[in-house]
Write a protein that binds this ligand. Structure first.
Ligand SMILES: [Zn+2]
Ligand SMILES: [Zn+2]
Length: 367
């Protein structure tokens, strides 16, 4: 190892951020130690800090990380086919690989994912594994990350720039949502909510052969959507959504993917999909939220498939392939970069919805 200490950002208690150091262990035979090169700041991280998502303090956040192999055990090198210096993306989900959900491939629904089922820690890197669980390197806001045997590790092309590679996790979330919606050639897809996930949804749906309309409220983001495969955009502050969908699509959409994360947007999604169409719910609305649909008029008599899509399971392969293909100006989505120590400034940019902010990333080990 180059170093035996890793600096990291620690959420020590609700709304308390500290910078601390922790020892980096030598990897066991099945483990990988990753040197984190980029980690995306996600709205989820701000919710974690506020204590909106469980109570996993102290926590090292960061689930959108990419980096290079810094140390690797012999068995891990064999099973992952990796060596020192290889560029990797590690899925934030740590599946048990044995429960019925993991065995059928829906490992985002792993039934052994919490302490209630006897596990000593959670199964989401950067989200629900407390720093008190050894070795405390469970999040991407850190120079180094510990990758246990059950992790799913993907090799990244060595020439893929880090500022593109860092999008792989949110892009995998988008790819899963597109897969859930069974989006295919000729489908007319409407995406609601052009944040980073919504923009990547447009790119993923377009790459699957669909035509895409994106609905939002900020012109700068709708402009970005058009650069990422949207054939048309609708600013619902200025235009009536249903009238404009009909104008652009010629009908209601075959598939509506909701990525705004609000009950209003979910209701809108059900109204803007055609009979027999699919609504994919990809945005989290927050614990305790409820959405009321008109059961008969919105769903039953129109046979709408409502398909929630949770996290990134099964999406990494497609996401890496699309990033490598480079059909869209992916690096342009990174609007702000900060060193680890300036995490508070990074959060402020997002919290204050600064002009044109899209994706904010941290550079734990320099440029
Ligand atoms: Zn995220
Ligand atoms: Zn499982």
């Amino acid at each position: 190892m180059v170093t035996t200490q890793s600096r990291q950002v620690v959420f020590s208690a609700p709304n308390e951020i500290a910078i601390d150091s922790i020892a980096v262990p030598d990897p066991g035979p099945d483990d990988v130690i990753v040197r984190v090169r980029r980690v995306g700041v996600c709205a989820t991280d701000l919710h974690l800090l506020a204590g909106h998502i469980g109570d996993t303090f102290p926590l090292v956040p960061g689930h959108e990380f990419v980096g290079e192999v810094a140390a690797i055990g012999a068995a891990a090198a064999e099973s992952h086919g990796l060596g020192i210096g290889d560029h990797v993306a590690v899925e934030m989900l740590l599946p048990c690989h044995r429960c019925p959900r993991c065995l059928e491939g829906t490992y985002n629904l792993c039934e052994r994912d919490d302490m209630a089922t006897g596990l000593s820690r959670g199964r989401q890197l950067g989200v629900n594994i407390p720093r008190t669980v050894a070795p405390g390197l469970w999040g991407g806001y850190s120079e180094y990350l510990y990758v246990p045997a059950e992790a799913i590790v993907h090799r990244l092309p060595a020439d893929l720039p880090w500022d593109v590679a860092v999008l792989v996790e949110p892009f995998a979330v988008a790819c899963r949502a597109v897969q859930r919606g069974r989006v295919g050639p000729g489908d007319r897809v409407l995406v609601i909510g052009p944040g980073p996930i919504g923009i990547l949804l447009a790119a993923a749906a377009r790459s699957a052969g669909a035509s895409v309309v994106v609905l939002g409220t900020r012109d700068s983001r709708l402009r970005t959507a058009r650069a990422f495969g949207a054939d048309a955009t609708i600013n619902m502050r200025e235009q009536d959504a249903e009238t404009m969908v009909r104008a652009h699509v010629g009908a209601l959409a075959d598939v509506v993917i909701e990525a705004a994360g609000s009950s209003e947007a979910q209701q809108l999604a059900a109204r803007l999909v055609r009979r027999g169409g699919r609504v994919v719910l990809a945005g989290a609305c927050g614990a305790g939220s409820t959405t009321s649909f008109r059961s008969d008029e919105d769903l039953l008599t129109r046979e709408i498939d409502v398909l929630p899509s949770f996290l990134s399971a099964g999406g990494f392969g497609s996401a890496i392939g699309l990033l490598e293909r480079g059909d869209f100006p992916y690096a342009d989505l990174i609007t702000h970069s900060f060193p680890l120590d300036e995490v508070a400034a990074a959060f402020a940019v997002i919290a204050h919805r600064e002009q044109d902010v899209m994706k904010v990333v941290l550079l734990p080990t320099g440029p």
